[in-house]
Structure formats: structure tokens, C-alpha cells
Design a protein around this ligand. Structure first.
Ligand code: PEP
Ligand code: MN
Length: 340
């Protein structure tokens, strides 16, 4: 259920409605908009009687949200959510595209610095790299753990790049939330509901990747878990889904971008690296992602991909990243966006 306040409702009126909702055992989520404030009601006690709020002062209407997700939906908030970062021009969800680049894994200080220096020069505002890696084989490189996080924190200081890295479980989430600027929840954890709730209680923005067989509703419901715990700074990420297509690692579902835009106010990024699994496909799919309306890109870059400990075959070279960055600036302009 959603309470829509009148355009000129006062702060006190909004507060009184929130207090009434909480006193009935639900959680109130005031969502200020350009025209009016809406208040989302969540909780798992069953439906609430609309009559209890209808008559309160400042309330315009109480609407039943028919979709299974509430807080992530455009019904709750018409305007796009913009995720910004103190001390950076990088953002997601506004006119500016957010460009995230870096290696699949943080392998060593030298490797991470070599890539970071080049992607910063190539125009990225965000640096990605896994310190905790979800690997298909338990014998594959699992990441450097906290040491990797420390390397990324140094990279932020040196190059001014904001840091995005994956949390695999509760333990790594605590550390990732401490060191990084954005907590990534990977495709394999998209429906790890306890982890989503934890991320919802963290004080950092969350990048939620679509599960490899997740429907759009499932992706939005996963995001709803995070918002329902009070963290509204959530970005979605399309990273390809499993299909019968046999020429790429995954099938990048670019049609999901306008579908998300229609249903949700959350920014959506596209990851053409995991989405295709092949270096030569990253540039063409990046162009397409920007053209279709993505709010940002997440791209794997490695200066020596043949030596990479993970995902070398889909990692582009720093000079290819520079070319990608220059090209998407031109495409961005066509769709009334820009790359800062
Ligand atoms: C990654 O970004 O390195 C990653 C593991 O991605 P995904 O969760 O999409 O597979
Ligand atoms: Mn990877």
C-alpha cells in the first residue's frame, strides 16, 4: 500500500502518518518527490486496512499497489533515483553515465594499480575488482580478501576513483561496506535474501546484478528486499542470462533496460563483459547498451589479459577501453546523455 500525500502536506503531517503506520506494526518509507511525498508501507503482517490512514490530514489518497514490488516501483517514486558520491563527478541515474572499469579480480597491488591508472586516464570514475570471488570451481583463485580491499582503498586515494566490489556473504559484506563505495551483490547471490537484507542495512549504495536465470520481476523483488530495509541507493545491473544461444557465455538481455525504466525509478547498468564472455563483443554491446538507455556500464579491463587469474578472455585491453570510452561519448550525446 502507498499513501500519497497532498502536494503541500507539511513535514508534521508526513511524520504523523509515518507514526500511525509504525504504531500498527508496519514500516513506513517516506519517499519525497518533486510534486509530492509518497509513503510506502511494508511489513509481512498481511494487508493493512486503508481506512486507518484515509482520513488523516495531508493525505490525498491511499492506493493499493497491485505489483508485488512497491518501493522500487514508479508508483512509489516517479522521478529517477540518482546515486551520487561525495567528492566525485561520477553518478548513476542522471544525465551522466557512470562508467565502471577494472579487472575481474584484484590479483596483486601491481596489477590493480596498472589497470586503475589506465582506466582513470580512459575516463572511468569507478574502479571495479573482486576481492572475494564466486568461482565455479573451489580450486580456482578465490580472491585476495581483505588485502584486495586495502589495495582498492589505496587506488581510491591515488586516482580519485570510487570503488565497487562484491560481497559474497555476511562476513565479507561487513568488510566491503567498510572499504568500498559500492557493495556489489553478484548474479549468484541475487536471491540470497539474508544477504540482501544485510545490504539493505548497510550505509553504502548497492549494485545488484541480475541472476543468470532471473526474471525481471525476480530482479525487482530482490531490489525490494534492499530498499525495504531502508537502503534506497540501489543500482541494478544486466549481466546476461542463460539461453540456448551457444556462441557467447550469456545472452545480454538489453531489452530489459527499457523494461526496467518503465517499471522502476532505479538506475540500471549493463555489464557487456559477463554478458558476452568475449573480448571482441564488449565494444559493440557497450555501444548498444548506451543506445538503449543504460545508466552506466561495467566493463572488465586487464593490461595482461592472457595472464589474468579470472575472466581474461572477456577482459578488454586498456587501449580498447579508451576507444570504448570515446565512442560511447558520441552515442551518449545522441540519446541526450553524457559522460563526464
Ligand atoms: C563480477 O562482476 O566479477 C561477477 C562475478 O559478476 P556476476 O556476478 O555477474 O557473474
Ligand atoms: Mn568477472
Amino acid at each position: 500500500m502507498l499513501v500519497v500525500m497532498k502536494a503541500h502536506a507539511s513535514q508534521e503531517q508526513v511524520r504523523a502518518v509515518c507514526e500511525r503506520i509504525e504504531s500498527l506494526g508496519y514500516r513506513a518509507h517516506p519517499i519525497p518527490g518533486a510534486q509530492r511525498t509518497a509513503i510506502g508501507i511494508t511489513g509481512n503482517k498481511g494487508a493493512m486496512e486503508p481506512g486507518t490512514l484515509d482520513e488523516m490530514s495531508g493525505v490525498q489518497e491511499v492506493i493499493q499497489v497491485s505489483k508485488p514490488y512497491k518501493l522500487v516501483s514508479r508508483d512509489a517514486k516517479e522521478e529517477d533515483t540518482v546515486v551520487r558520491f561525495a567528492g566525485s563527478d561520477g553518478s548513476f541515474g542522471d544525465r551522466d553515465l557512470g562508467i565502471v572499469a577494472g579487472p575481474c579480480s584484484i590479483e596483486s597491488r601491481e596489477q590493480a594499480f596498472a589497470v586503475a591508472e589506465r582506466v582513470a586516464r580512459g575516463g572511468a570514475r569507478f574502479f571495479r575488482g573482486g576481492a572475494y570471488k564466486p568461482r565455479t570451481s573451489p580450486y580456482a583463485f578465490q580472491g585476495l580478501g581483505e588485502e584486495g580491499l586495502k589495495i582498492m582503498a589505496e587506488i581510491r586515494d591515488r586516482f580519485g576513483l570510487k570503488i565497487i566490489t562484491e560481497a559474497l556473504d555476511d562476513e565479507s559484506l561487513v568488510l566491503v561496506a567498510e572499504y568500498a563505495d559500492v557493495i556489489q551483490i553478484g548474479a549468484r547471490n541475487m536471491q540470497n535474501f539474508s544477504l540482501l537484507k544485510r545490504a539493505g542495512r548497510a550505509k553504502k549504495p548497492v549494485l545488484l546484478k541480475r541472476g543468470m536465470s532471473a526474471t525481471l520481476d525476480e530482479l525487482l523483488m530482490a531490489a525490494e528486499y534492499i530498499l525495504s530495509e531502508g537502503n534506497y541507493n540501489v543500482m541494478l545491473c544486466e549481466r546476461g542470462v542463460r539461453t540456448f544461444s551457444d556462441f557467447s557465455r550469456n545472452t545480454l538481455d538489453l531489452a530489459v533496460v527499457p523494461a526496467v525504466k518503465k517499471r522502476s525509478h532505479l538506475p540500471i547498468l549493463v555489464d557487456p563483459s559477463h554478458g558476452t564472455g568475449k573480448r571482441h563483443k564488449v565494444l559493440p554491446l557497450s555501444r548498444a547498451a548506451v543506445a538503449v538507455g543504460a545508466d552506466g556500464l561495467l566493463v572488465e579491463v586487464h593490461h595482461e589479459p592472457e595472464k589474468a587469474l579470472s575472466d581474461g578472455i572477456q577482459s578488454i585491453l586498456p587501449e580498447e577501453f579508451a576507444e570504448l570510452s570515446a565512442e560511447i561519448r558520441q552515442i551518449a550525446a545522441v540519446v541526450h546523455r553524457q559522460v563526464n
